[in-house]
Design a binder for this molecule. Structure first.
Ligand SMILES: *[C@@H]1O[C@H](CO)[C@@H](O)[C@H](O)[C@H]1NC(C)=O
Ligand SMILES: *[C@@H]1O[C@H](CO)[C@@H](O)[C@H](O)[C@H]1NC(C)=O
Ligand SMILES: *[C@@H]1O[C@H](CO)[C@@H](O)[C@H](O)[C@H]1NC(C)=O
Ligand SMILES: *[C@@H]1O[C@H](CO)[C@@H](O)[C@H](O)[C@H]1NC(C)=O
Ligand SMILES: *[C@@H]1O[C@H](CO)[C@@H](O)[C@H](O)[C@H]1NC(C)=O
Ligand SMILES: *[C@@H]1O[C@H](CO)[C@@H](O)[C@H](O)[C@H]1NC(C)=O
Ligand SMILES: *[C@@H]1O[C@H](CO)[C@@H](O)[C@H](O)[C@H]1NC(C)=O
Ligand SMILES: *[C@@H]1O[C@H](CO)[C@@H](O)[C@H](O)[C@H]1NC(C)=O
Ligand SMILES: *[C@@H]1O[C@H](CO)[C@@H](O)[C@H](O)[C@H]1NC(C)=O
Ligand SMILES: CC(=O)N[C@H]1CO[C@H](CO)[C@@H](O)[C@@H]1O
Length: 495
């Protein structure tokens, strides 16, 4: 978009022969004068376009993204003293070597968010079952969930405005926590994504005082604190990021009104300038980072928002040495569509980087008795590329959360529910299972942190920490090589 065209080129382009008389009335001016004239016109147009772009269209950066450094038009820098903490839920009874990496718990992070809250708490969640009574269990390990619910029920009397956006509860997913919250003074909106996008509201995040956030795999479920393996991220004192996540919350909130429909396009105040092309530049624990939030489904993405699928693909494509993926389920299909649909988008990119860039790809999958049996042959097909003739290095392992007799009776528990990816460049912490539906119909979100410019060894980055978590699990006694013989049915209890 810069006037790279030289005067000489302009003379050629606009040589008298090519100009029809109607376009150039009167005697032709001398060549040099015309060149100056054209340059002046071009310059004026460029300046006008710049002004329009800067003042009127701050979000339509794609217009310019081809050439100029877009960042120079958009003030994407943030001086908040952001602190980032990876947080995990490690199911009871699951133990690692003494010296292995350990993260603060999800329970601690939620407790801290509740304690720090001063004015607002906004939570987006799939469903709520923080108490034993919700699951008809009497497990002592529900106490952490019950403590979190008790903290949430006190927010209104502390004068803290509490808003909850939730998928419409079904008979299987109870709503007594929501009733209690509503009675305590919280505002609740059911976001009917089944009607709006044929998906569900599957995202899980907290925003406190438009300043602190949690985002990750943990549902608002007592089992997500003590019986299911979860990974998420808490970011404190980071209003620029929290306000951006707030725009996603406001979108859910608007869709939670009765009979709401999805606006197209979304009003300008839902737009963002933080995305994969122009990430938010900030310091996380004092270390420079480029950060953005992605969202799905595409219909919920306002202008400028990176679609979650695009975020996933760009992290895979951008890897130079390795990609490690830890997700609960992985299917190159539309998991819930009838008739069945093949959806190899992510699968293709993984195979491509392994084949073309010799990127080392590792997948660490969750598995439990509810895993879809078709997942295993598809994983086996990925792992089958590992061969000294293809020179591909793709490995797949299953992470099995052990359960004793009592634990095995807890419904829908004892599984690795992680949804993250770490490459040599980037940390990606998301909320979606990896199959087509989650990216095309279901509401999910992810935080992408790029600290690839940081010199190694200065201070561990969140990417370093996420990689350490992955390596710990990959090399742990709970991870198993994907067998080619089909014993996963026994291993996972899949039927
Ligand atoms: C199972 O493990 C839990 C937590 O480690 C323990 O409290 C419980 O007693 C165990 N139950 C059995 C039957 O071993
Ligand atoms: C932890 O300790 C064991 C043995 O003490 C050692 O083999 C292993 O390499 C150590 N792991 C880390 C991450 O330091
Ligand atoms: C956030 O900032 C406040 C005020 O500066 C400080 O007291 C608090 O420790 C910070 N929180 C974190 C997690 O760094
Ligand atoms: C945008 O403006 C509308 C109308 O004022 C408001 O209801 C909505 O919450 C705003 N959205 C965001 C993301 O601030
Ligand atoms: C929503 O739609 C239903 C049925 O189409 C209608 O009965 C109801 O009045 C509508 N509610 C609102 C608030 O528009
Ligand atoms: C990370 O940021 C660098 C520039 O700071 C960029 O070149 C690279 O493409 C980014 N990586 C990914 C995967 O987004
Ligand atoms: C993620 O995938 C698993 C396995 O297919 C499924 O059981 C689970 O319900 C999915 N997550 C959610 C909460 O939709
Ligand atoms: C290729 O791998 C096979 C076993 O997987 C092994 O027997 C063979 O020696 C390998 N060839 C080379 C050239 O490394
Ligand atoms: C950032 O600082 C917090 C303490 O404030 C610490 O718990 C966390 O591990 C640090 N994160 C990184 C990526 O260094
Ligand atoms: C400086 C620069 O990046 N120039 C590029 C502008 O875009 C054209 C076509 O998209 C490229 O050919 C230039 O290299």
């Amino acid at each position: 978009m810069k006037p790279y065209v030289t005067c000489q080129q302009l003379k050629i382009l606009h040589s008298p022969k090519e100009l029809r008389p109607a376009e150039l009335p009167g005697p032709a001016p001398p060549q040099d004068f015309r060149c100056i004239l054209v340059m002046a016109v071009l310059g004026t147009m460029l300046a006008a376009a710049l002004l329009i772009h800067t003042f009127l269209l701050p979000f339509h950066q794609s217009v310019w993204a081809g050439n100029l450094t877009v960042a120079s038009f958009v003030d994407n820098a943030c001086s908040d003293p952001c602190r980032i903490v990876l947080v995990e839920s490690i199911p009871e009874g699951l133990t690692y070597e003494d010296n292995s990496t350990a993260s603060p718990s999800t329970f601690e992070a939620w407790g801290k968010l509740l304690a720090d809250a001063r004015s607002t708490v906004d939570i987006a969640a799939f469903y709520w079952s923080l108490r034993n009574e919700d699951t008809h269990t009497q497990d002592p390990s529900a106490s952490q969930g019950e403590e979190i619910l008790a903290g949430l029920l006190k927010l209104s009397e502390r004068g803290i405005a509490t808003r909850i956006a939730v998928n419409p509860p079904s008979s299987r997913l109870p709503s007594s926590d929501l009733q209690a919250l509503e009675e305590s003074g919280a505002q609740i909106r059911q976001v009917d994504l089944p009607r709006l996008t044929t998906g569900v509201l599957h995202t899980k995040f907290w925003i406190v005082d438009q300043t602190h956030i949690y985002l990750g795999s943990a549902n608002m479920d007592w089992r997500a604190l003590t019986q299911v393996k979860e990974l998420g991220v808490a970011v404190y004192n980071c209003s620029c990021l929290a306000r951006d996540l707030g725009k996603m919350f406001e979108a859910y909130w608007a869709l939670g009104l009765p009979n709401a429909s999805i606006p197209s396009p979304w009003p300008a105040n839902y737009s963002t300038t933080y995305n994969k092309e122009t990430p938010l530049g900030l310091k996380l624990n004092g270390t420079a980072a480029g950060v953005y939030l992605s969202s799905s489904p595409p219909a919920l993405c306002a202008t400028g928002r990176t679609k979650d699928l695009q975020a996933v693909l760009s992290v895979i494509d951008g890897a130079q040495k390795f990609v490690c993926v830890a997700v609960m389920s992985y299917l190159p299909t539309m998991e819930f569509s009838h008739p069945r649909r093949f959806w190899p988008v992510i699968d293709d990119h993984l195979r491509k980087v392994a084949y073309e860039q010799r990127v080392h790809v590792r997948l660490l999958m969750g598995c439990w008795k509810h895993s879809k049996a078709i997942m295993f042959p598809f994983l086996r097909s990925l792992a089958a590329m590992q061969d000294n003739r293809t020179h591909c290095n793709i490995e797949v392992r299953l992470f099995v959360v052990p359960a004793n007799e009592t634990q095995a009776k807890i419904p829908y528990a004892r599984v690795n529910h992680n949804k993250y990816m770490v490459s040599d460049q980037v940390a990606y912490i998301g909320t979606s299972n990896w199959s087509g539906d989650y990216f095309l119909h279901t509401a999910g979100s992810a935080l992408v942190v790029n600290q690839s410019q940081v010199e190694a060894g200065v201070q561990p980055t969140v990417r370093d920490q996420l990689q350490a978590v992955f390596e710990r699990d990959w090399n742990s006694r709970y991870s198993r090589e994907l067998s080619f013989l089909g014993q996963w049915e026994d291993l996972c209890g899949t039927h």
